[in-house]
Design a protein around this ligand. Structure first.
Ligand code: PLP
Length: 392
């Protein structure tokens, strides 16, 4: 059986007629950049998160940038960022000329550990970026308290967590502003690049709208510096169709996650993702950790399992194999191995299993059976396979 990591094609086929006519409509109207399809989507997306304003952009990275830019983050400022995230979160700070300051994650939620945030604050700190990683909201209440205590901006990166909930409230409105990504593989994905900026603050919304379009509200009147971060009409049209299905697709992702958890609950060598009591997880990714209690570094065993599953036709991923502080581009920040032990362990141990709404029970069972078979061969025999490979 072949099980892809993502199956964008089968989702497209399920809504093909609607998508094709929405795209045809954009072609007929020649509204290729912004336009009605995009403004309709902005209104619906804001509504889906109970937020007042949505400014559609051409990527989630643009969102990370505009969130901090609209708040006036500038060179000399420091921005607190979880070390365990996709690198685009950090580009938000670097594109503003600011310094990213990393904080380790919590071992259960994999999100920024609020207990470690306070230690990273200096007199230069201006903002905290909470990332809702893998589909699970970060613990926002303690972050809000810290932000208030030190007078910092709190913002969200919700690229992986459309319509996720924290204590029963949708993400997106816990801080000053939030970025979303509509990269095709995200829970709500465009058919190309896409992103959004959302806020309840009318001044910030106005600023984001100007930044997106060369610093203008009126053509050729450039009040402030800007960029070209405009969403394309076709992406707005596609997203508008897909948004209607997001609740059902999210429900299906949670069903897949529950099935994985049920079938893998008695496998001793893995740690399953934990849905925190405050969270409604939307399972952008289903990340398990491989554990071998006889070893401190489980990377070898993790890699063996990854190879085994790949040979069985199951596509897997590592999210993320190198934490941000160990990336070459951040060498100048002076971090070293050992600085963020929770994120470093996760980088060695993690495997992301196939996760999308269309996964069938038979596919989930096939993945789980193969994971169990791998461990039933015995951890020791798998290590000896590896040692033999090394010896040859
Ligand atoms: C995907 C992602 C982004 C960037 O989004 P793009 O649309 O690919 O630019 C930012 N932050 C996180 C956490 C992401 O997963």
């Amino acid at each position: 059986m072949q099980i892809p990591f993502l199956d964008l094609k089968s989702q497209y086929l399920s809504i093909k007629t609607e998508i094709n006519s929405a795209i045809q409509n954009v072609l007929d109207n020649s509204a290729f950049v912004l336009g009605k399809a995009v403004s309709d989507f902005e209104a619906e997306f804001a509504k889906a998160h109970n937020i007042k304003y949505c400014v559609a952009l051409n990527s989630g990275t643009a969102g990370n940038h505009v969130v901090l830019w609209s708040l006036g983050i500038k060179p000399g400022d420091e921005v607190i960022i979880p070390v365990n995230t996709f690198i685009a979160t950090a580009w938000g700070a670097t594109l503003c000329g600011a310094k990213p300051v990393f904080v380790d994650c919590d071992p259960d939620s994999y999100n920024i550990d609020p207990a470690k945030v306070e230690r990273a604050i200096t007199e230069k700190t201006k903002a905290i970026v909470a990332v809702h990683l893998f589909g699970q909201p970060a613990d926002m209440d303690p972050l809000k308290q810290i932000a208030a205590k030190y007078n910092l901006f709190l913002v969200e990166d919700s690229a992986q967590s459309h319509i996720a909930e924290y204590k029963g409230i949708k993400v997106g409105g816990f801080g000053e502003a939030t970025s979303f990504s509509f990269y095709p593989g995200k829970n709500l994905g465009a058919y190309g690049e896409g992103g959004a900026f959302v806020t309840n603050n009318p001044e910030l919304a106005k600023k984001a709208k100007m930044i997106r379009d060369h610093g203008t509200l009126q053509k050729y009147q450039h009040e402030i510096f800007g960029h070209n971060y405009r969403m394309e009409g076709i992406q707005g049209a596609v997203l508008n169709v897909k948004l209607k299905y997001l609740t059902n697709w999210t429900f299906a992702r949670r069903r897949v996650a529950n099935k994985y958890k049920e079938l893998l609950s008695n496998v001793n060598n893995i740690k399953l993702p934990k849905e925190m009591p405050y969270a409604k997880h939307v399972y952008h990714l289903f990340v398990i950790q491989v554990r071998d209690d006889s070893k401190s570094n489980n990377a070898e065993l993790r890699n063996l399992l990854a190879n085994y599953l790949t040979e069985k036709g199951i596509s897997i991923g590592f999210h993320y194999p190198i934490p941000l502080h160990l990336q070459e581009c951040f060498k100048y920040l002076g971090y070293k191995k050992g600085d963020f032990p929770v994120a470093e362990a996760l980088a060695n141990n993690c495997i992301s299993l196939p996760m999308y709404p269309e996964l069938t029970d038979a596919q989930i069972e096939y993945v789980c059976t193969n994971i169990k078979d791998f461990f039933n061969h015995g951890v020791e025999s798998n290590h000896s396979v590896l040692n033999n490979l090394k010896a040859n």
